[in-house]
Design a protein around this ligand. Sequence first.
Ligand code: 3UK
Length: 547
Amino acid sequence: MTYTAHVDTFARDNLPPKEQWPGFVFALPELQYPDRLNCVTRFLDRWIAEGRGDAPCLISPSETLTYRQLFERVNRIANVLVHKLGLVPGGRVLLRSANNPMMVAAYLAVLKAGGIVVATMPLLRGREIAYPLEKAKIALALCDHRLADEMEKARALSTELKRVVYWGHGAEDSLEALMADASPDFAAVETAADDVCLIAFTSGTTGEPKGTMHFHRDLLAICDTYARHILRARPEDRFTGSPPIAFTFGLGGIVLFPMHVGASTLLLEKATPEDLLPAIAEHRVTVCFTAPTAYRAMLSKLDRYDVSSLRKCVSAGEALPKATFEAWLKATGLKIMDGIGATEMLHIFIAATEDEIRPGATGKPVPGYEAKLIDEEGRDLPPGSVGRLAVRGPTGCRYLADERQAKYVQNGWNVTGDTYRMDEDGYFWYQARSDDMIISAGYNIAGPEVEAALLTHPAVAECGVVGAPCPERGMIVKAYVVLRPGHVPDAALVKALQDHVKAEIAPYKYPRAIEFVSELPKTQTGKLQRFELRRMAQAVAAPASAA
Ligand code: 3UK
């Protein structure tokens, strides 16, 4: 029996069978981790021990914490979790907040206490929060009080959740009140390097979201591969970005990468392109993580802000259009660093340093990772081909109790669902997603989920949702709707359906275009033909109706 610190063994018990794991490769000296490892000691405790406790760590519009201040806050929360809220190693804790210092402190406290973080996007609705509560059997949640409404709806739907502790409202039972008499000392639980510490849920192409499980060593591995070899940040750097910490793109780029080198990070609760520019200027940000569409949106406003402090701009989530790369380079003198990552892989596995970037290509495998293209039968393809991307390295896919594991991991390789071309020099050129996922402005949206929300409206008989091309957002969500008799297909109904979806699921998933049709293309077995809908959407290109 291998060592584990977990007393609650739910996560370990629900890892996929070993024969379905991806092959893990640790082919760099920096990836040789000890068997016992709590990653928080490397991100936080080490800076205190090395005398760097007074360096700035978390910056936000409302407060600034040095490494020591964060260390003490994390320890207090960890003591509250263990001594007042009954967390045992291996226990899952749901976290719900926009990007702010308390969110980061709570996150690190759960890890330090040997617990497992399940962070949720701030915009999720009650039903979408209830799913991970049930799937990951979560008894405890820590939540920013401003997100209480949907949290309470989720609580009402959940049989697992026993307690919610809110912060930020000053109530008697608030997290801060519980922390008041808690000790600022806490020794990290001696977890195994391969104890699960994070379950990140991704929206699936079909059906339910998948819970991707990651170990303590994984959080360090993304720093020792992508961050160390491609990003190459320094302690003087100041990071910021838009992705939520609940999205692993944000976790790495906004929290782990800066803390791994002892740098500081600006946490923004609202980080639209309009918010990012003044924040970069005011706080002299040097490293920015956001989506390609955000760089594109910022271009037209660059002349109004002094962003001369910037030295590295990272783009991920969807392909970076060459035009955006060129325009940004012209305007700022900086090469945007594109990189493909995935929740299953935790972070970026194909990218390029500034010197090696080929505009329009994603890059080459990040040191520590291997990538190749395979055909439909799983056979390797030579350079120059187009095929399905397969990768392996120190991180990889382990779904929580999910049959779809066998689809993502094939012959020990992670098959991401993306179609790529590899050139003779080993550069990877993105073609398209191989499946149905709609990627709009950096968010992944599953068509079937939007369909399910539309179908709860009385006017909707049938519907199909696909991505339609859009110059600004890459893709927009487009719904093809068959109405029930007696309903008029006008602009007012388009608006009513859009509002309905926004109330049902996270608002960013709503269909920006709706087209009314008399019937949907179906297969012989009565299934919706998404391929045909996508073809229709491509033919019209622009939104058909009011948005
Ligand atoms: C697509 C890209 C082209 C691709 C992510 C960085 O996006 C992240 O994770 P998700 O699980 O989605 C994964 C899928 O998104 N994709 C991501 N980046 C690119 N396509 N060019 C890109 N640069 O289809 C991939 O399979 O939401 C990104 C770090 C952590 C992440 N979780």
